[in-house]
Each structure stands twice: as structure tokens, then as C-alpha cells.
Design a protein around this ligand. Structure first.
Ligand SMILES: [Zn+2]
Length: 302
């Protein structure tokens, strides 16, 4: 099965200062480091919300320092867009300093798959293993199902769970109805990551068809600014682009499957097609798992 190309991966360190992308909304950009997510800090009159932690306690502490500096004596909340290591495995740094909020699905998914992911990511690179060496999993202080509205004082963050798509418990955060933290449901200038069976044949939690439905619902929200899980902060166009890619693979897989083309051949053909159509996108290694997700049959991966 395809694994991320980490041979040239820089150390997984959150770096740089938060940038204000809208009034009271800050992002520590990922700088296109694939092992670092975009991190959000939303500051209201009374409270501030941190979105994602970076990988491991050292990155978590770095993010917490920036959050404390921006938030002053305001109450702090932490949430994560999904349980994946670079998004949530720094949460332990926030224990005692922030109220940790996850959706119930996300929390159960972390309990179910966190240890496996930890072992898998440690195998990717020494620099990743070093950041993950002292990870402890943290239970949230608050869990919710469906939606949770956090009133930060003059600024509202709407947390919403979507399942399943990139993971089983993806979460978006919509700030004041017009700025969307999409997590990995949208990524800028790179192929969406559909990690189908990347943990082995039992791992069928990601769902490309439902992902397309979710992108339609996110498009209906018409956010003005979109902070993707990875890649540059952008606008609603990223939702259109990622939807177009997923729908293209869905439709081509349907055609090739109907013609009896086996998975390996389809993955190769669609990989070449996608690489020549989306020439500016990184992470081409994630096209094949996307094809497999739409093939949807364990036997097809043999
Ligand atoms: Zn992810």
C-alpha cells in the first residue's frame, strides 16, 4: 500500500509567528511542511480557541506559548480538526491550561487508532519519532455530538462533526459564519488525502463519496476565508477544487470498474491522468489510495 513520501521531509516542527487572517483570527502557517498542519488561534473578548496542536509535546508547547501570548488572561479552549498525529498529538501540553473539546466520534477514533498511528508515524522518519517519543494521549474535558457553539465573547466558533470522510470523526470550525477551518477536508495545492487502507485492509474509515457530500454542505455555508488543514490560507475555491478532484476519481473509477479494469491498472492510469491535469499539486502518492477508496473492495488491493 502507498505510504507518504517522507524521504525528503523536513523536521515536523511548527515554526514562525501567528498571522492575523481575519479580525481576531490567527493562523500559524504550515509553511508547506507535510508533517505540520495549519494551526488556528481564535481570540474573542473572554476566551480563545486553539485549533490543532502540531505533532508531539514540544510542538504543543510552542503553540500553547503563542496562544497564551495572544489570549492574555482569557480562558483557553483547545480542539483538533481530527485525531491524526500532526493535528492532535501535542494536546498533552494543554492539560491544565486549556479546556479540551473533542467530538465524541473523534475521541473514540483516537482511542481506537491513536496507538497504531503513533507506531506508524514513528517509522516514517527519525525526526518524527523524536517529536513523538513522549506522546501521552489526553482525554477531552468536554465531548459533544453533532454541533457545539462556543461563545468566545463577541466571536463565535461553531464546532461541527462530519463523518466519515478524511477520518471517521472530522471536525470543522466555522468562525462568525464566514471563516472556515476545514481540517484535512480541504487542502491547498495538493491532492486530498483519502487514507483508505493505509493501516491495512481493515482500515476503511475514510469515505470519498461522503466527503463529496460534505464539501457540498461546506460550499453551501459560503465561507469567505478557508483555512485548510494543509497549504495556504485561501477562499471557497479550495472546496470547489477538492470536490472536482474527488468527483473526477469517483466517476472515472465507475467507468473503469464497469469496463472490468483491475485496481492496479486503474490506479496507474488515473494517477497519470490526475498528475497531468493537476500539475501544480503536491502529494501525488495519495492518488492511488483515493482510487482504492472508490473501488471500495478489499480484494481489489491484492
Ligand atoms: Zn489528516
Amino acid at each position: 500500500m502507498t505510504t507518504p513520501d517522507v524521504t525528503a521531509m523536513p523536521a515536523p516542527l511548527v515554526q514562525g509567528d501567528p498571522r492575523e487572517v481575519a479580525d481576531g483570527v490567527f493562523v500559524i502557517p504550515d509553511q508547506r511542511n507535510p508533517a505540520v498542519p495549519n494551526i488556528g488561534i481564535v481570540v474573542g473578548d473572554r476566551a480563545a480557541l486553539v485549533i490543532d496542536t502540531g505533532m508531539g509535546p514540544r510542538n504543543g508547547a510552542y503553540v500553547l506559548d503563542h496562544a497564551k501570548r495572544l489570549a492574555g488572561d482569557r480562558q483557553l479552549y483547545l480542539t483538533i480538526t481530527h485525531y491524526h498525529p500532526e493535528h492532535g498529538f501535542g494536546a498533552q501540553a494543554f492539560r491544565g491550561s486549556a479546556t479540551i473539546v473533542y467530538n465524541g466520534t473523534q475521541h473514540r477514533e483516537l482511542q481506537r487508532k491513536g496507538a497504531d498511528d503513533l507506531a506508524m508515524f514513528k517509522g516514517f522518519a527519525e525526526s518524527i519519532a523524536a517529536e513523538l517519543a513522549d506522546v501521552e494521549f489526553v482525554d477531552p474535558d468536554i465531548t459533544y455530538d453533532g454541533e457545539l457553539r462556543l461563545d468566545l465573547g463577541g466571536r463565535t466558533a461553531l464546532l461541527r462533526e462530519w463523518r466519515p470522510a478524511h477520518t471517521h470523526g472530522d471536525q470543522t470550525v466555522l468562525v462568525d459564519g464566514n471563516l472556515l477551518f476545514s481540517g484535512d477536508l480541504a487542502v491547498t495545492r495538493m491532492f486530498p488525502i483519502v487514507p483508505y487502507m493505509m493501516h491495512g485492509p481493515h482500515d476503511t474509515d475514510s469515505d470519498g463519496n461522503h466527503w463529496i457530500d460534505i464539501l457540498d454542505q461546506l460550499l453551501a455555508l459560503a465561507p469567505q476565508i478557508v483555512v485548510p488543514g494543509h497549504g495556504e490560507v485561501t477562499d471557497v475555491s479550495v472546496l470547489h477544487e477538492d470536490r472536482a478532484f474527488l468527483a473526477h476519481i469517483r466517476d472515472r473509477v465507475a467507468e473503469l470498474k464497469a469496463a472490468g479494469v483491475p485496481f492496479e491498472e486503474a490506479a496507474s492510469q488515473l494517477g497519470n491522468e490526475a498528475a497531468s491535469r493537476w500539475t501544480t499539486w503536491d502529494r501525488g502518492e495519495f492518488i492511488a489510495p483515493t482510487v482504492l477508496a472508490f473501488y471500495g473492495s478489499p480484494e481489489a488491493s491484492a
